[in-house]
Design a protein around this ligand. Structure first.
Ligand code: MOS
Length: 730
């Protein structure tokens, strides 16, 4: 097949669904107008551990407009089949309203169904639950934890003992909540034993499988629809209990039920980035070459499930370290289960490694950029595999140039701007490139427009747009002539929009599908005696602006419309897909160099980020404008992680005390300075057929340590705790 010219891919398009979104026409989960729907509000527990001793629902039930109150006392027994498809962690997931046990604060204990949302909310406030409470354990600190994973190469202890320079540090990272703009919500509607769910999710097939497992019905009996998602950052990667509650209520009511979580409830039942305690020991020679790293990360999980995230990769592959040991532990607590949050595992680990690298650089008097370049590996030491592409060195060189790193006085506390101590810092970002099986369907209509679909999600990266770009070029059509559809389990299957795997996976599936469709049209033309292309080799035909033509003789050709009309065809269609190879002989990661400048108020300890620049080695950039949206968003998220975000638990009773957007701090416009993203011009065909390495997670990794290192440079104060507060700097 002759390669198609790339016109849409690489051009800075605005979101194709942007107008729908800004004019309020994009229907998010509970926006859907489902006729006859009633409203449900969840009542959640006010203890973290114990059992329900009584529930008085009489006041709620007698309130006008309240239709039903469902608790563990009147709820039907649910099947809760095991389910390997839904991103459920190992353990025994919460089974809604199946017993009187309370496992964490804010656990759903009842649902009130009413004619209006307001009535349901008031009804929920009238449900009187009594408990027998036990003292919960919700504090990670001081608990040894249970070993989850180990890794070792070389003899780390011996290498540490003989190292010329050693560091031994303990890091503390706060719990963070995802806080997407759109709270989680679901509409459930039954037709006999067939269930339709309109849900906020990053994985419609995951929700489909989980709902089928909970109710013990065939997977094909569940349809999940989710065309728009108002942000998620990972919180919608598994199916949380409110989905089962909505479906259960709809079944009990015999009519559709709408259930939206409140902002407060978003802190209790839809996961979070776990709190970490991380001991890291480094050994190096006087030239700054690392000889050993010993990692002992510990994070929190729930007593009922063991959460896993990718905490160990970076320590094994980021730098050229011959001796590495890792012991990952989890501490099981009376809390809800964590869930992946942007750059999961990597963001937390990179803070510890990259701050420690900065300390090492300072101690040895080596420039922090130079220190990292001295520890560049030539292959992935964890697997022995060569890198598909690794251009971290270029990221640092370009970044140092553009940021003006060379003008830096390495001495901490050496630069002042009025009341502000000014400092700069740098860190490496890295996230693994993942791909998964994905399928797509494409249809070319007689009018010369195409519809392409796959059961993907778009939680904000701009999947509608990027897939449209890939499809448009593969079909030789303009972007406006192609419509990409997603978010429905009736479409060909796609993996979760998580772990930055969607562009590589679904993008490659869309490419394959549209290549097949284009080839079909080309074959039809070259075999058609009435076509000007009759007899031409298919390999010599390209499609440009909807016209099939000989590559080197563009005058010879015809349009899709002419071809289909003459052959009396209403459309052509094709199915395609992408299956990643079972074994890839490469180590695949995206990389970045993150540069930050901060000002710290010398008297108040306030930190302001003054500017930031990240340079990415992320493979091919399909959609530069959307890439900027990701990159700037990742930097903003990183500013939050570094300086503001902190879920605070009152360990006396296990309640989260700042369960609202006034007390859980996230960056606002006033916190955000000039941010700049640069992408190395790349194309990693070893990673996947469209050459991308994933961007959505990478952009968050390395931001918090770059800021922490800049804070050190500004103040001379090293903080090993996130978020970095004014108190820590006074
Ligand atoms: Mo990302 S945490 O995999 O949505």
């Amino acid at each position: 097949m002759s390669p198609q010219p790339q016109k849409a891919v690489g051009s800075p398009l605005s979101r194709v669904d942007g107008r729908l979104k800004v004019t309020g026409q994009a229907d998010y989960a509970v926006d859907h107008d489902v006729p006859g729907a009633v409203h449900a509000v969840v009542v959640d527990s006010s203890i973290a551990l114990g059992r329900i001793t009584g529930i008085d629902t009489s006041a709620a039930e007698s309130h006008p407009g309240v239709l039903k109150v469902i608790t563990h006392r009147n709820a039907p027994r649910l099947v809760y089949r095991d389910n390997p498809v839904s991103n459920n962690p190992r353990g025994r997931r919460l089974r809604v309203f199946q017993d009187d046990q309370i496992l964490f604060f804010g656990q759903p204990v009842a649902v009130v169904v009413a004619t209006t949302i307001e009535t349901a909310q008031h009804g929920a406030s009238l449900v009187d639950v009594s408990y027998e409470a036990r003292q919960p354990t919700t504090d990670l600190a001081g608990r040894p934890g249970d070993p989850l994973l180990n890794y070792a190469r070389g003899d780390t202890e011996a290498a540490l003992a003989s190292a010329a320079v050693r560091l031994d540090r303990e890091f503390h990272l706060a719990r963070n909540h995802h806080n997407p703009m759109e709270p989680h919500g679901t509409i459930a509607s039954w037709d006999g034993d067939k269930l339709t769910l309109w849900d906020k999710t990053q994985y419609v097939i995951g929700v489909q499988n989980e709902a089928a497992a909970v109710f013990g019905i065939p997977v094909e009996n569940v349809r999940v629809i989710s065309p728009f998602v108002g942000g998620a950052f990972g919180s919608a990667l598994r199916t949380w209990p409110h989905v089962a509650i909505a479906a259960l209520a709809a079944r009990e009511m015999g009519c559709p039920v709408k259930l939206a979580l409140s902002r407060r409830q978003m802190y209790f039942t839809v996961g979070y980035r776990p709190r970490y305690q991380y001991r890291l020991r480094l050994g190096a020679d006087r030239q700054g070459r690392l000889t050993a790293m010993a990692h002992e990360p510990t994070y929190e999980t729930s007593n009922h499930e063991t959460f896993w995230e990718a905490t160990l990769f970076l320590g094994q592959m980021l730098y050229n370290v011959p001796n590495v040991s890792q012991t990952l532990r989890t501490v099981s607590l009376d809390v809800n289960t964590p869930l992946w949050m942007r750059g999961p595992g990597f963001s937390s680990t990179s803070f510890c490694i990259e701050v420690a690298m900065d300390e090492l650089a300072h101690e040895l008097g080596i420039d922090p950029v130079e220190l990292r370049l001295r520890n560049e590996p030539t292959k992935d030491l964890s697997t022995g595999l060569p890198f598909s592409t690794r251009r971290l060195r270029e990221c640092f060189q370009t970044g140092a140039q553009e940021f003006g790193w060379g003008r830096r006085n390495p001495k901490p506390r050496s630069t002042r701007d009025g009341d502000w101590l000014v400092g700069t810092g740098v860190a490496t970002g890295c996230y693994d490139t993942r791909r998964a099986r994905a399928e797509a369907h494409a249809r070319l209509d007689a009018g010369g427009t195409a519809v392409v679909q796959s059961a993907a999600s778009d939680a904000g990266p701009g999947t509608y747009t990027s897939m449209t770009q890939v499809a448009a070029d593969a079909l030789g059509l303009a972007v406006r002539e192609v419509e990409f559809r997603l978010g429905d389990t009736t479409m060909p299957p796609a993996p979760p929009q998580g772990a930055s795997q969607l562009m590589a996976s679904v993008g490659s599936a869309v490419q394959d599908t549209c290549d097949k469709l284009r080839l079909q049209a080309i074959r039809l033309a070259v075999g058609d005696q009435r076509s000007p292309l009759h007899g031409v080799r298919p390999d010599d035909v390209v499609v440009i602006a909807g016209r099939l033509q000989v590559k080197d003789k563009p005058a010879r050709g015809e349009t899709y419309r002419q071809l289909l009309a003459r052959n009396n065809l209403t459309h052509l269609e094709a199915n395609g897909g992408y299956t990643p190879p079972a074994e890839t002989p490469y180590s695949m990661y995206g990389y970045s160099a993150v540069f930050a400048e901060v000002g710290v108020d010398a008297r108040l300890g306030l930190v302001r980020v003054r500017r930031m620049l990240s340079v990415y080695d992320a493979g091919r950039i399909i959609s530069p404008k959307l890439a900027d949206s990701q990159a700037l968003g990742g930097m903003i998220g990183g500013i939050g992680m570094a300086l503001l975000e902190h879920t605070v638990t009152d360990h006396r009773d296990g309640r989260i005390v700042n369960a609202n957007l006034a007390d859980y701090l996230v960056p606002v416009n006033a916190d955000i300075p000039e941010l700049r993203a640069i992408y190395l011009d790349g194309d990693d065909r070893k990673a996947d057929p469209i050459g991308v390495k994933g961007l959505g997670e990478l952009v968050k990794v390395g931001v918090a340590p770059a800021i922490a290192n800049a804070v050190f440079h500004a103040t001379g104060r090293r903080v090993h705790e996130l978020p970095i507060t004014a108190e820590a700097l006074l």
